[in-house]
Design a protein around this ligand. Structure first.
Ligand code: DSN
Length: 426
C-alpha cells in the first residue's frame, strides 16, 4: 500500500479503500501505454469541472424552461456549452444533455422513428456500433435493423451495398460512422443515398469528433441531418455526449432527449463539456488532432513493415484494426499478453471474422492517448517493436510470452515516465 492519497485528501479521509483504488488507477494510467482508440486523458481543467458542486443541482428542461427553480447559474453553464458546440462544429443546434453515446443515439430513434421502422447501419462485427440497429441492442429489437458492411477486397465501407440496401429496404434512418472504421467517412456519398430514399442521415462521429473539430477529418456538417457524438474520445472531454442538427430538427431532438428519454442533465458533465470545447477551439488542439493521425499512420506503417495485416491496409484517422490470423495468434490472448506488458488494447472482430466476438481474430489500437501525452511520431517504431515482440512470443508459447512481457513492461514504463499524462502529472 502506498501512502494516503495526496490528490484527494477528503476522499482518503472518508474512504481510504476507495482512495487507494483511485490512486492505483492513476498509477496504471500513468505507467501504461494506453492504445484503446476510444480512450484519452482529459486535462486537469476538465477533471476539475466534472467534480464540482454543479452535480448537486436538478435542472430538468432546457435553459429558460426548467421544471425546478434555482437555475440562475446552471442555465448559463448549459448555454455556454451549447454555444461552444455550435461554434466549434459550425452547426445550427446543439443539445449537450445526452448521458452518453448510446442514449444519444436512442434519442435519435425516438425523434424520427416508430417501433418497427427500418434503420440502416453498419454491422457491429464490420466496425459499426450496437446502437446502429444491431440485433442484441434495443435499437435492433424495437426497430428493424438492416446492416451494411465493408468490401472484402478493400476493407472499406461498401457504398454500393449501402445504396442497394437503402433502395430495397427504404430505411427512415441511416447511420454512418462506427467504432472500428480506420478510414475517412464519405459523408457526401451517404447524404446522396439518404436523399435518394428520403431517410434522415445520422453521422455518428463519436470516435472522430476531436479530429473533425481539429480539422484532421472532413466534417459531416452540411451533409448529415443529425450528428451524434460522445465527448470523451478524440474530443478529450468528460464522459458524455451531444446531439447536433440543423435548425429544422432541433425541436424533435430536444423533445426526444428530454422528456422523451432522460431526466435531469448531469450539470457537472455539461460544465466539463464546455471546458473541453473551449480547449478544442484553440490552436494546440489542431496540432493534437494532426499528431493523432500522424502517429496512427506511422504506427500502421511500422506494424505493416513487421508483417501485421491492417484492415483496409492502413488508416486515415486515429485507429488501426489488425487481423492477427497471419501471426498465428487470436486477438484475445494477444490483447491479454499486451496488457500484462503494459500496452493496453482491446481484442476486436475483423470484417468477415470466422471467430466469435468474445474470442475474435483481431485487435484494435489507437493513438489519442499517447498523443495527448506528447509521445512523438519518432517513437512509433519502438511501439510497433514492442507489439511485435509480445505477439510473436504469444505465438511461441507461455514461457516465451512471460519472459517477453516482463522485459517490455519495464521498457514501456520508462517511455511513459518521460511523457507525463495530462490530469495525472501534479
Ligand atoms: N465502446 C466504444 C468504443 O470503444 O469504441 C464505442 O461505444
Amino acid at each position: 500500500m502506498s501512502s494516503p492519497h495526496p490528490h484527494h485528501p477528503a476522499l482518503a479521509a472518508t474512504d481510504p479503500e476507495l482512495a487507494e483504488l483511485v490512486g492505483a488507477e492513476e498509477r496504471l494510467q500513468a505507467e501504461t501505454l494506453r492504445l484503446i482508440p476510444s480512450e484519452n486523458y482529459v486535462s486537469q481543467a476538465v477533471l476539475e469541472a466534472s467534480g464540482t458542486v454543479l452535480q448537486n443541482k436538478y435542472s430538468e428542461g432546457y435553459p429558460g424552461k426548467r421544471y425546478y427553480e434555482g437555475q440562475q447559474v446552471i442555465d448559463q453553464v448549459e448555454r455556454l456549452a451549447a454555444d461552444r458546440a455550435r461554434e466549434l462544429f459550425g452547426v445550427e443546434h446543439a443539445n449537450v444533455q445526452p448521458y452518453s453515446g448510446s442514449p444519444a443515439n436512442l434519442a435519435v430513434y425516438l425523434a424520427f422513428l416508430k417501433p418497427g421502422d427500418t434503420v440502416l447501419g453498419m454491422s457491429l462485427p464490420m466496425g459499426g456500433h450496437l446502437t446502429h440497429g444491431w440485433g442484441v441492442s434495443a435499437t435492433g429489437s424495437w426497430f428493424r435493423g438492416v446492416q451494411y458492411g465493408v468490401r472484402r477486397d478493400t476493407g472499406r465501407v461498401d457504398l454500393d451495398q449501402v445504396r442497394e440496401l437503402a433502395l430495397a429496404e427504404r430505411p427512415k434512418l441511416i447511420f454512418c460512422g462506427g467504432t472500428a472504421v480506420p478510414r475517412t467517412i464519405d459523408f457526401p456519398a451517404f447524404a446522396g443515398i439518404a436523399q435518394e430514399v428520403g431517410a434522415v442521415l445520422v453521422a455518428d462521429i463519436a470516435h472522430i469528433a476531436g479530429l473533425v473539430a481539429g480539422g484532421a477529418h472532413p466534417s459531416p456538417v452540411g451533409h448529415a441531418d443529425v450528428i451524434s457524438t460522445t465527448t470523451h474520445k478524440t474530443l478529450r472531454g468528460p464522459r458524455g455526449a451531444m446531439l447536433m442538427s440543423t435548425a429544422e430538427h432541433a425541436k424533435a431532438i430536444d423533445r426526444a432527449v428530454f422528456p422523451g428519454l432522460q431526466g435531469g442533465p448531469h450539470n457537472q458533465t455539461t460544465a466539463a463539456i464546455a471546458v473541453a470545447l473551449k480547449e478544442a477551439s484553440g490552436p494546440d488542439f489542431r496540432k493534437y488532432a494532426a499528431d493523432v493521425v500522424a502517429n496512427a499512420k506511422a504506427l500502421g506503417e511500422e506494424l505493416a513493415g513487421r508483417g501485421f495485416e491492417l484492415v483496409s491496409g492502413g488508416t486515415d484517422n486515429h485507429l488501426l484494426l489488425i487481423d492477427l490470423t497471419g501471426k498465428g495468434v487470436a486477438g484475445k490472448p494477444a490483447a491479454k499478453a499486451l496488457d500484462r506488458a503494459g500496452i493496453v488494447v482491446n481484442y476486436n472482430t475483423v470484417p468477415y471474422d470466422p471467430r466469435k466476438p468474445f474470442d475474435p481474430s483481431g485487435i484494435r489500437i489507437g493513438t489519442p492517448s499517447l498523443t495527448s501525452r506528447g509521445v512523438p511520431v519518432s517513437a512509433m517504431g519502438q511501439v510497433a517493436e514492442w507489439i511485435d515482440r509480445v505477439v510473436g512470443a504469444v505465438a511461441v508459447g507461455e514461457a516465451q510470452t512471460e519472459a517477453e512481457v516482463g522485459k517490455v513492461r519495464a521498457e514501456v514504463a520508462e517511455l511513459m515516465a518521460a511523457w507525463p499524462a495530462p490530469g495525472l502529472a501534479r
